[in-house]
Design a protein around this ligand. Structure first.
Ligand code: NAD
Length: 484
């Protein structure tokens, strides 16, 4: 879709949506199958684009951006008929004769703005929901992953119905231009700062928004009774920090909270796991992504360059601007008011903050913005219960990280500063649908007391109808006294 023809293209999308074409289940299935064909036919091109933009190894690329999406599409195709069916719902007997149902309907022409760190996955995952729900769609991928953006534009044009699904490429200027138009839903993945711009533009048209934002996701690490569990926890932490786009992941672990007495063992285990995963030369391992661009590289360098922060590095710390590579780096107790502890890190720097008692971690987290994800590694059931009841986050996972993202039966989304709205599986379908209430009434019975003129008896009958439903009304009508 050319930006020069934005207005005509949006008109076309509106016309196609109004024609009812996108509501047909056959159309929805054909588009979803088109996505599957893209992922099958263009697997190598996707690998190459992700390598080019982010230095992602193809195993990581397959896991996060192809395999997960294929799984999602298949899940939707298998369930779509059921999700599209009206849901019958009960009405009070006082409304007899009647029947009611909730009928899902598409919202209209929707806008999806996505991010660069999983440029294919974060574009296609919401697109699956939008198409499954029967909407016409504009997708704006991130300009910071340009090879992936143009691959999406080209393949979506070739494989999907171009009259109803259009890709608009470009940066913030294009995003701002798009936001001037009226959409029926905006699904945004990105920073809180741009999220605010999206939300205020949406307010002009009363357009509902979903904001998938980020923030700092803590991992709390308790002591373990056995070395097997403690080693496995360390391995999962390393994977949850560095294993997804080199820490450039919204649900990646941002920092660790642990007890002072656990620090030494924990840091030794983390170092060992980094070596197991990336060897002595992580840069040469080919298994860790690069930093997306010079701007983000400099941002991360600045986080490390604060003197008190630099002094807290206990492992790694190598930066190579030429290749945009940053080594997996562990820091112990950088100052809590340093930028590395107040801003989302979004890179391979892992601060470990020590506390007197592991219970203190609850207050530490509660006094900061709600995380998108919170990970707690502990065998202590009492502590687990306290985290469930006393903290708030988009998701809370015990003894592992990230996996909650890839499960179709779990909603994914934030709370508070980490965003609102949720998607994946049926939740995506719901996010892009309106459940219309449809009520059918008949003329067999009519309660005379619903109509004016009002009397004391009518009030009693209305009270009974609302409190006791049909039987109460009949009893009162027959002359029995109630407390009503
Ligand atoms: P960003 O907000 O800079 O950009 C996101 C998208 O918005 C891009 O497509 C960009 O072109 C567009 N954009 C930028 N300025 C705009 C404007 N003024 N008007 C309209 N559109 C505009 O974010 P980013 O750098 O792509 O991503 C990093 C942030 O996103 C991090 O905070 C991260 O945690 C978060 N994130 C969240 C999720 C999630 O699923 N919750 C996933 C990935 C990233």
């Amino acid at each position: 879709m050319s930006n020069d023809h934005l207005e005509e293209d949006l008109k076309e999308l509106r016309q196609v949506f109004n024609s009812g074409k996108t509501k047909e289940s056959s159309w929805r299935i054909s588009q979803l199958k088109g996505l599957l064909h893209i992922l099958e036919d263009k697997e190598t091109d996707i690998f190459m684009a992700l390598k080019q933009d982010l230095g992602k190894h193809h195993v990581e690329a397959y896991r996060d951006e192809i395999g997960t999406v294929v799984k999602s599409v298949n899940n939707v195709i298998g369930n779509l008929k059921k999700w599209m069916s009206p849901k019958k719902t009960r009405l009070p007997i006082a409304a007899f004769p009647s029947a009611a149902s909730l009928v899902p309907e598409p919202l209209g022409v929707v806008l999806i703005i996505s991010s660069w760190n999983f440029p294919i996955g974060l574009s296609l995952e919401p697109l699956i929901g939008a198409l499954a729900a029967g909407n016409a769609v504009v997708l704006k991928p991130s300009e910071l992953a340009p090879t992936c953006s143009s691959l999406l534009a080209e393949t979506i044009r070739d494989y999907l119905d171009n009259s109803a699904v259009k890709v608009v490429e470009g940066g913030s200027d294009v995003g701002e231009r798009l936001l001037q138009y009226k959409f029926d839903k905006i699904f945004f993945t990105g920073s809180a700062c741009v999220g605010r711009i999206v939300m205020s533009a949406a307010a002009q048209h009363l357009t509902p928004v979903t904001l998938e934002l980020g923030g700092k996701c803590p991992a709390v690490v308790d002591s373990f009774s056995g070395s097997r569990d403690s080693n496995m926890a360390a391995k999962r932490i390393i994977w949850g920090k560095f294993g997804l786009c080199a820490g450039q992941a919204c649900i990646g672990i941002d920092y660790i909270l642990t007890e002072k007495k656990c620090l030494q063992n924990l840091v030794e285990s983390l170092k060992r796991c980094i070596k197991q995963c990336y060897g002595d030369d992580p840069k040469g391992s080919n298994s860790i992504s690069k930093i997306v661009n010079k701007k983000h590289f400099s941002r991360l360098k600045c986080l490390l360059d604060e003197p008190m922060v630099k002094n807290s590095v206990v492992y790694g710390g190598l930066l190579d601007e030429e290749s945009l590579f940053i080594e997996p780096t562990i820091l112990v107790d950088p100052p809590l008011d340093a930028a590395i502890m107040t801003e989302e890190i979004f890179g391979p720097l892992l601060p470990v903050i020590t506390l007197e008692s592991i219970e203190d971690s609850i207050n530490f987290i509660k006094t900061r913005p709600n995380p998108l994800a919170l990970y707690v590694f502990t065998e202590n059931e009492n502590l687990q219960k306290r985290f469930v009841s006393e903290t708030s986050s988009g998701s809370l996972m015990f003894n592992d990280a990230i996996l909650q993202y890839a499960v179709d039966t779990l909603p994914f989304g934030g709370v508070g500063g980490s965003g609102f709205g949720r998607y994946h599986g049926k939740y995506s379908f719901d996010e892009f649908s309106h459940e219309k209430v449809v009520v059918m009434r008949g003329f067999l019975v009519d309660f005379w007391f619903r109509y004016p003129p009002w009397t004391a008896q009518k009030l009693q009958l209305i009270k009974a109808a609302l409190r006791y439903d049909y039987i109460g009304v009949v009893l009162i009508a027959l002359g029995f006294k109630t407390n009503a």
